[in-house]
Design a binder for this molecule. Structure first.
Ligand SMILES: Nc1nc2c(ncn2[C@@H]2O[C@H](COP(=O)(O)OP(=O)(O)OP(=O)(O)O)[C@@H](O)[C@H]2O)c(=O)[nH]1
Length: 574
């Protein structure tokens, strides 16, 4: 018996293999997906951090920018004061707005508190000077207020450094953009400071103190250093056309006009007529030349933010592509397994069913369905051939079996067939199956052969077979039991009825005329022995019928003798 347990089923093995393949795919894809998700989250964090850093830096820029109107206010006359005050108030509001937003973020409170303290101190110093009448302001107070505002920026720069360090520690990829941004922020701050060193002397009409000149030179040196780092060929700088254009504008406006203005005032001795520009006008003109520096920093930050947003977008695309590819691979695998199951196992199982019906001798071959594979069609074709051969073989076997049980001359059952039927009937427990045997032998048959030839003898045998068949019921079995010996096996008769049938047969034979060639006819007779009855074995019946037949022959032929069971102690009689 074939092992059909599920463990040995090909379908089960296929599903197992598919499961293993799906697991391998999932593990492989999972590892890559994990990296991809990690990359995407990192890119998203970086984009968010850079945007946040932009906000932080804007506040620094505003603190720096506050110094312009503060300087103007501290050196303004009565007429200039309202405009400078309005300008300063507007910038202070913007700065406070930004700082307020920062407080909501995760900055160390002590750093924020220090920024507020320094900024308040700087603003108070500015306001104290601004509150004095134009003529009463001392350049030392102005210088002190300016330096207090420098300290506010320095304090805020500490906050920027803290955040930059935090971000760089989280991802080193942020190092370059953060440094570039800080560099540009410093550039704007140093430019502002350089101008501020001139404000107090300009406001007071005093010569520029040596300390201011030295600080100014140091600041100028830093400015030029930073600017050199931002030369157009610097690889770390963006190739963006607008950025390059802004750099060019800064080169002309600030490093040309702005520094030129500072140099001119440094060169001017505060003679009797004073400086060629007062502090307010200087501030107006100088602040305007710093504009491209601010634009440059904003552009760099915008480009950096854009680049990180693009990275985030690309990481998301890669993640989506990988996810979809994985899903598609798993779907394809499942589809493949289902297709194999439908296209291969379905037909195989139908073929198996057909083979079983074929073995039972009732072939019901499966028909190929549309779209079924060529291999399956070949299998069905081979099965059709096997079925055809089996049918042919069955037919031949049946023919052989028939031949083995049939007498070739008369077409009647042969002795073997009759014996089989007789044994079966004798063995049957049903009373109505109880068999009787009429054994019939043609008298002097040898003389027919001798006198008329062997073919005439054959003709007699054939005609006698037909004659007897005509006398019998459908259920009676007629056979040729030997050379010129016939046998009738009957069931459901009593012995007397069997004897009657035997006598009828004898009479029919006696009255029959065999026509040989021409007018010549031949009459024949037969001797008959009858035996049978309940409780007898087939061999016994045959032996008894034979005995009765022998007696019929012995007593003169052409007669019927019946084997009767003798009373106890007596010889059997016929
Ligand atoms: N034509 C022909 N003769 C056969 C066939 N089978 C047996 N015989 C002959 O049947 C004859 C039987 O002869 P015997 O056994 O002497 O019997 P009988 O001549 O009928 O004599 P009794 O039976 O005593 O009346 C033999 O000559 C066999 O050759 C057959 O198929 N065809």
């Amino acid at each position: 018996m074939p092992d059909t347990t599920i463990r040995h089923s090909l379908k089960w093995k296929l599903w197992c293999m598919a499961l293993v393949a799906a697991l391998c795919t999932a593990i492989l894809a999972g590892t890559t997906l994990y990296r991809s998700v990690d990359g995407f989250l990192q890119a998203r964090h970086n984009a968010r951090d850079i945007r946040q850093f932009t906000t932080v830096f804007e506040a620094a820029n505003l603190i720096s920018a506050e110094r312009g109107p503060a300087n103007a206010l501290m050196s303004a006359d009565e007429a200039q004061r309202p405009r400078a005050r309005a300008w300063l108030e507007q910038l202070r509001r913007q700065t406070d707005d930004h700082l307020h937003r920062l407080e909501l973020g995760a900055f160390p409170p002590e750093l924020l508190a220090a920024v507020h303290a320094r900024l308040d101190a700087g603003r108070r110093a500015v306001d104290r000077v601004a509150a004095q009448a134009a003529g009463a302001r001392r350049d030392d107070d102005i210088q002190a207020a300016i330096e207090a505002m420098f300290a506010a920026w320095d304090s805020y720069f500490g906050l920027i450094q803290w955040q930059a360090t935090e971000l760089m520690r989280r991802d080193q990829e942020l190092t370059a953009p953060l440094f570039k941004t800080m560099m540009l922020g410093n550039l704007r701050e140093y430019a502002g400071r350089l101008g501020s060193y001139l404000i107090a002397p300009l406001a007071a009409g005093e010569p520029i103190p040596l300390r201011n000149r030295i600080e100014g030179q140091i600041t100028r040196g830093r400015l030029l250093e930073l600017w050199a780092l931002l030369r157009p060929s610097a690889e770390a700088l963006p190739l963006d056309a607008e950025f390059r254009q802004l750099r060019q504008q800064a080169e002309i406006r600030y490093f040309g006009d702005g520094l030129g203005l500072v140099d001119r005032l440094l060169a001017e001795a505060p003679a009797a007529g004073g400086y060629s520009l007062d502090a307010v006008r200087f501030t107006d003109r100088y602040v305007a030349t710093m504009q491209p520096l601010e634009a440059l920093r904003e552009r760099l930050l915008a480009l950096t933010v854009r680049e990180f947003e693009q990275r985030e977008h690309r990481a998301l695309q890669a993640l989506a592509t990988l996810g979809l590819t994985t899903l598609l691979s798993l779907c394809l695998l499942a589809g493949l397994v289902l297709a194999v199951q439908r296209r291969l196992f379905g037909p195989l199982l139908r073929a198996a069913d057909a083979v079983v019906t074929l073995a039972d001798g009732a072939p019901a071959l499966p028909h190929p369905r549309p779209g079924e594979a060529g291999e399956v069609r070949r299998l069905y074709h081979a099965m059709a051939m096997v079925s055809e051969r089996l049918m042919e073989r069955g037919r031949l076997t049946r023919e052989l079996e028939q031949l083995a049980l049939t007498d070739g001359l008369t077409g009647l059952l042969n002795r073997r067939a009759l014996d089989e039927l007789g044994e079966r009937a004798a063995a049957s427990p049903r009373r109505q199956d109880c068999p009787h045997l009429i054994l019939l032998d043609i008298d002097h048959f040898k003389s027919i052969n001798d006198g008329h030839g062997h073919p005439a003898g054959d003709q007699v045998l054939r005609e006698l077979a037909e004659l007897m068949r005509a006398q019998l019921r459908q259920d009676d079995h007629l056979g040729r039991y030997g050379g010129e010996e016939f046998a009738v096996l009957i069931e459901g008769y009593r012995l007397s009825e069997a004897a009657l049938l035997a006598r009828r047969l004898r009479r029919a034979i006696r009255h029959h005329r065999v026509r040989l060639g021409g007018e010549q006819t031949l009459s024949i007779s037969a001797s008959i022995g009858v035996a049978g009855g309940p409780g007898l074995g087939w061999e016994q019946i045959v032996r008894r019928a034979d005995e009765a037949l022998y007696r019929a022959k012995a007593e003169g032929r052409d007669r019927v003798r019946i084997y009767r069971r003798p009373p106890a102690g007596e010889q059997p009689s016929s």
